[in-house]
Design a protein around this ligand. Structure first.
Ligand code: S3P
Length: 172
């Protein structure tokens, strides 16, 4: 796998709750690569949490900053990068990821996603009266875009280490 990738970044895309951070960490471990989470990098650079950025600056500025942070991170080789759920939805960010990296969509169904996001409520987009309905709508809008990733791996409700193994097999 290492030889085939030739140092190109591996980028995980997909919905909130798909397991990008957890699977990304395991994947990086197994491949001996550095793991980076774009949401964490944005929070560090902005010295604000993501909910604070949405509240104080709005989603538009968040997306622009997200794109700049990802562009900078993609200059590193041998990394595994987990991105926020909206990153690959943004056409500019998607084009950048497509040209600079190998993209992997972690695909999960509504039940799995809803169960996982319900455990942590730090997602500004889901602060609505009907978070499950919101998630369902985001799925409908975003799946056709996530489909453009180089590789799709199903993120089932199994130990996330198995999902990392599935990604490695898909990369063979
Ligand atoms: C978002 C997903 C979040 C975070 C922000 C917006 C989205 O990341 O970037 O709340 O648009 O789906 P996770 O996918 O890591 O939760």
């Amino acid at each position: 796998v290492a030889a085939r990738l030739g140092g190109r970044p591996l980028v995980l895309v997909g919905m909130m709750g798909a397991g990008k951070t957890t699977v990304g960490r395991r994947l990086a471990n197994r491949l001996g690569r550095q793991f980076i989470d774009s949401d964490e990098e944005i929070e560090r650079a902005a010295q604000m949490t993501i909910p604070e950025i949405f509240e104080q600056r709005g989603e538009g500025e968040f997306r622009a900053g997200e794109m700049r942070v990802i562009a900078r991170l993609l200059k590193e080789s041998d990394i595994v990068l987990a991105t926020g759920g909206g990153a690959f939805v943004n056409p500019d960010t998607r084009a950048l990821v497509k040209s600079e990296a190998v993209s992997i969509w972690l695909k999960a169904d509504l039940d799995v996603l809803f169960e996982r996001v319900s455990r942590r409520s730090n997602r500004p987009l889901l602060k609505t009266a009907d978070p499950r309905g919101t998630l369902e709508k985001l799925i409908a809008d975003r799946y056709p875009l996530y489909e453009q990733a180089d590789i799709t791996v199903i993120s089932r409700d199994v130990p996330q280490d198995n999902v990392a193994g599935d990604v490695i097999v898909a990369l063979l």
